[in-house]
Design a protein around this ligand. Structure first.
Ligand SMILES: [Fe+2]
Length: 404
């Protein structure tokens, strides 16, 4: 999506004969919005339709948790045991019709290949490195990367072997760079917090000419359909276009600061249908002498705020640790806990690193999120007010999270 890329061999013009050793290659146009959206044109050794065996279909089952009370929530993922591979290990935390948010701590390799046939994905790599092998080529990833995988991309995670913590967003809509960052031609404008040089397409196209039985699982119709194909799915000799997987590092997000508090849209990184994904990065804080550097209380009248705390010292925020998730649902005001606004005065910088997803429509919770819920967070404003100054001098004031 970000810009035109061409890898491998493609013919002089589209839709003309293109041969390898005399054999006509199979051209595939992979495109969005009928034939009007972004597309890529791929040249295969085999027909991508060729299926040797239809496997089983497994519907997605979501175990919903409807809490007794509507309240702010705090969940911790630090102790979640590892399990599964980067697909089967995804554990759904919350969802609505626009987005599903899962946590994944895989410790197994993927046996087969995966394709999301009904949604775009953003995989935020909190921890881990490796290569996302894709039909468009190899895409290296590391700590702090957002891995953006458009629907239709056949892929397989190949981890380096270290521990992985992934926060996964899946949407039936499109993951896009916010429109207001792009000019009429798609180029990122000067006020955008990142540039094309920060966007990394696949680095190397590998054409694999292997025959044998390969398992391909496609997410489609709210379930997983297995197929057995008799050729390696990465049989592409070349492709070009605007549709391909890419990475963007949260560490390349250039934070926007102001004399007084800048609102969350200044942290926006991606847009989806009725939701946004934002990056809160280390930065200088508001510099007006009378500025209150942490946010004012606000009421999410039309949105839910999910924040995943990636790095930094959150000791000033009671109970919050790396791997914590807070959910501030719609209909309720939220803001700094008692004493924090006063404490923040004069702060010059924050060391926080966090990923936020704001949705316009309510998020439903799962039994998995119930298991991670501390059950106390809703009372934290009350309790902090009761016990007075809960913050000690040895806390790092820059650990104050700048968005609550
Ligand atoms: Fe907020």
């Amino acid at each position: 999506m970000p810009f035109y890329v061409r890898m491998g061999d493609v013919p002089r013009k589209r839709h003309i004969q293109f041969r390898e050793n005399g054999t006509l290659l199979t051209e595939e146009v992979m495109g969005l919005e009928g034939f009007s959206g972004n597309e890529a044109i791929l040249y295969h050794l085999q027909s991508p339709c060729r299926v040797k065996e239809l496997g089983e279909f497994r519907p997605i089952v979501r175990e919903e948790w409807v809490p007794d009370a509507h309240a702010h929530r705090h969940m911790t993922t630090a102790q979640v045991p590892a399990g599964g591979d980067p697909i089967t290990g995804r554990r759904l935390l919350m969802w609505n019709n626009d987005v599903e948010i899962s946590f994944c701590r895989p410790d197994e390799r993927m046996e087969g290949f995966f394709r999301n046939g009904e949604g775009d994905e953003v995989v935020f790599v909190h921890q881990g490195s490796g290569t996302l092998e894709t039909i468009f080529g190899d895409l290296p990833y590391k700590d702090g990367d957002y891995v953006v995988i458009p629907r239709g991309t056949t892929y397989r995670f190949l981890p380096d072997g270290g521990e992985h913590r992934l926060l996964v967003f899946e949407t039936p809509g499109l993951i896009e760079i916010p429109k207001r960052y792009r000019n009429a031609y798609g180029q990122l404008m000067e006020h955008a917090p990142f540039y094309h040089r920060d966007i990394h397409p696949p680095t190397e196209l590998k054409t694999i000419r292997e025959k044998g039985d390969f398992l391909l699982t496609v997410r489609v119709r709210d379930g997983y359909q297995d197929y057995v194909i008799d050729y390696h799915p990465f049989d592409v000799v070349g492709w070009d276009g605007y549709l391909y997987p890419w990475t963007f590092s949260i560490h390349d997000f250039e934070p926007i600061t102001g004399r007084i508090h800048m609102p969350p849209p200044s942290h926006q990184t991606f847009q989806g249908p009725n939701f946004v994904i934002c990056s809160f990065c280390p930065r200088k804080l508001d510099f007006d002498p009378l500025a209150v550097p942490i946010p004012y209380h606000h009421s999410n009248l039309q949105s839910e705020e999910m924040i995943y705390y990636v790095d930094g010292n959150f000791s000033s925020r009671k109970g919050i640790e790396v791997g914590s998730i807070t959910l501030h649902p719609s209909g309720l005001p939220h803001g700094p806990q008692p004493g924090l606004a006063e404490k923040s005065l004069g702060l010059a910088e924050t060391h926080e690193l966090a990923v936020m997803c704001d949705t316009f429509h309510p998020l439903r919770l799962t039994a998995f999120s119930r298991d991670l819920d501390d059950g106390r967070y809703a009372y934290s404003w009350y309790e902090n007010a009761q016990d007075g100054a809960t913050h000690t001098a040895d806390e790092d004031p820059a650990g104050v999270t700048s968005h609550l």
